[in-house]
Write a protein that binds this ligand. Structure first.
Ligand code: FMN
Length: 212
C-alpha cells in the first residue's frame, strides 16, 4: 500500500535548515515506501487570516489548491521553524486557512483530522526549535490528527549537515529518518485497519469541536 506523504516546510528560505532536516526525514519515509510531495511556504502566498477578509473576499484560490493538496495525502510531515519561542505565524496562518470550510461546504478541519502526522524542527540555537515542535504537535492534535510520538529537534543545525544533505552525526541521521519511516508505517497500519472496517481514511477517535 503506497502512503502519500505531504512534506510541508514552514520556511521558504533559501538554504532553510528546516528544509534540510525535512529532506532527511522524508528520505526515511521514502525508504519505508512513502510517496513524498514537498511543499514550502515559498510555494504559495496567503493573506493573514481575518474573518472580515474571508467574509468580503471568500477563501482564496491558493487556499483551495492547498486544501486539494492536503486531501490527496494521508500523512503529514512538518518541519516547523521556531520564532520567539513558538511556531511561526506563517505556518499557523497556513493551517488556519486550510481549516476553513471547503468549497463543498465540508469542514476544512477534516483535512487535518484525517491525517497521521509527524513534526521536526531545526534551529541554529541549542534547543533546535523544540518549543515550536511541541507547539505544532499540540495544534495538530487539537485538530484531531494522530501525531506519532517520534519527532526530532535539531540544535546547532547550521553545523549539522554534510554537503550531501545528511546529518554528520550518523546516529542523529538514523533517528530523523526513523521519524519519516514510523510515520509511513503507522499510517499504513491505520489505513489497513480502517480498510478492514470499511472506512477510507483515518477517522478521528473523538468528535471534532469547531470552537473548543
Ligand atoms: C523573528 C525570529 C525569531 C527567532 N526566534 C527563535 C527562537 O525563539 N528560538 C530559536 O531556536 N531560533 C529562533 N530564531 C532563529 C531561527 O530558528 C533560524 O533563523 C532558523 O534558521 C529558521 O529556520 P530556517 O533555517 O528553516 O529558515 C528566530 C529567527 C527569527 C527571524
Amino acid at each position: 500500500m503506497t502512503i502519500k506523504v505531504l512534506a510541508l516546510c514552514g520556511s521558504g528560505r533559501r538554504d532553510s535548515l528546516n528544509r534540510k532536516l525535512l529532506d532527511v526525514a522524508a528520505r526515511g519515509a521514502h525508504e519505508a515506501g512513502g510517496e513524498i510531495t514537498f511543499i514550502s511556504s515559498a510555494d504559495y502566498r496567503l493573506p493573514l487570516y481575518e474573518g472580515d477578509f474571508e467574509h468580503e473576499h471568500g477563501v482564496p484560490d491558493t487556499v483551495r489548491n492547498l486544501q486539494r493538496l492536503f486531501a490527496e495525502h494521508t500523512a503529514l510531515l512538518i518541519a516547523s521553524p521556531e520564532h520567539n519561542g513558538g511556531y511561526t505565524a506563517s505556518l499557523k496562518n497556513t493551517i488556519d486557512w486550510i481549516s476553513r470550510p471547503l468549497a463543498s461546504g465540508e469542514p476544512g478541519i477534516r483535512l487535518i483530522a484525517t491525517k497521521v502526522a509527524a513534526v521536526v524542527s531545526a534551529s541554529p540555537g541549542p534547543m533546535g526549535g523544540v518549543r515550536s515542535m511541541l507547539g505544532m504537535r499540540g495544534v495538530l492534535e487539537k485538530l484531531g490528527a494522530i501525531v506519532i510520538p517520534q519527532g526530532f529537534s535539531l540544535g546547532a543545525a547550521h553545523l549539522a549537515f554534510t554537503e550531501a544533505g545528511r546529518l554528520s552525526d550518523e546516529k542523529a541521521d538514523a533517528e530523523v529518518r526513523l521519524v519519516g519511516a514510523r510515520l509511513v508505517e503507522t499510517t499504513r497500519q491505520l489505513s489497513r485497519q480502517q480498510a478492514e472496517r470499511g472506512c477510507a481514511t483515518h477517522t478521528p477517535s473523538r468528535p471534532i469541536e469547531s470552537d473548543a
